[in-house]
Ligand binder design. Structure first.
Ligand code: ADP
Ligand code: MG
Ligand code: MG
Length: 258
């Protein structure tokens, strides 16, 4: 079992207009293990993406207090690629388009970058995995011969991110708004992909503004983030409650000042 632990995390971003730093995360605590799916819900602008970007090590986000531990070891000083090698994955981490690199080439390079030099994936096993996962996601083979994300529709990009997830097989996947802009059929396919990853060696932190996705990917734990903190944690029924009462209802219930 692997663990991902976020301890009293405070994060600032540069405010370029005023040349000052703004604190976005104000003491986030969250512990998860492989085998579990956690969801983070919360209103827009509350710091959900900041959390996922900070876990992955994006440069704009400065940790001023607290720690992030993977299997008990701090990852704060590790660059993004090192975090990826250790099993973290962030959907949306890739640039919108990479010219001259086909999707298949990109996938194979991404897998091999995470493996030691003497254990690179063979072309045969790669193609076998690719075929299996394309079928699961109802994607056509031609998608893999196209240049990465070039001319992909919104739905194709999301499916492709899930294809990356299935091919890379990370320990922990941070899935930030993978449901945004998806119609119901695409949502079902994306959910099927994530659900197929469920198991003892996989954990996921699913970030979403809406509860709809959580009808398809039923989380073990739901956290609500407001004002840069996790203000409530519960089981899947918490997401249903939020759908009914909205964030404003919870804000009143908890007597929050955010
Ligand atoms: P959420 O994902 O919950 O909608 P975000 O983490 O995207 O929230 O944003 C939280 C706050 O941090 C917002 O006020 C946003 O403008 C600010 N913020 C996030 N990332 C950056 C950045 N790279 N530069 C400046 N401000 C940022
Ligand atoms: Mg936002
Ligand atoms: Mg966001």
């Amino acid at each position: 079992m692997a663990t991902l632990e976020i301890r009293d995390l405070h994060v600032e971003v540069e405010d370029e207009e005023n040349q000052t730093a703004k604190e976005i995360l104000k003491g986030v605590n969250l512990t998860m293990a492989t085998g579990e799916i956690h969801a983070i819900m919360g209103p827009n602008g509350t710091g959900k993406s900041t959390l996922s970007q900070t876990i992955m090590g994006a440069a704009a986000y400065h940790v001023t207090q607290g720690d992030i531990l993977l299997d008990g070891q701090s990852i704060l000083d590790m660059p993004v690629d090192e975090r990826a090698r250790r099993g973290l994955f962030l959907a949306m981490q890739y640039p919108a388009e990479i010219q001259g690199v086909t999707n298949a080439e990109f996938l194979r390079a991404a897998i091999n970058a995470r493996r030691p030099a003497d254990d690179q994936i063979s072309v045969m096993s790669f193609l076998k995995e690719l075929d299996k996962n394309l079928a699961l996601l109802d994607m056509s083979e031609s998608m893999t011969e196209r240049y990465l994300n070039e001319g992909f529709s919104g739905g194709e990009k999301k499916r492709n991110e899930i294809l990356q997830l299935l091919m890379i097989q990370p320990k922990f996947a941070l899935l930030d708004e993978i449901d945004s802009g998806l119609d119901i059929d695409a949502l079902k396919v994306v959910s099927k992909g994530v659900n197929s990853m469920r198991g003892a060696d996989f954990g996921s932190l699913i970030i979403t503004h809406y509860q709809r996705l959580l009808n398809y990917i039923v989380p073990d734990v739901v956290h609500v983030m407001m004002g840069g903190r996790i203000v409530k944690t519960g089981d899947a029924s918490l997401a249903k409650l939020l759908e009914k009462e909205g964030y404003a209802g919870l804000r009143d219930d908890l007597d929050l000042d955010v």
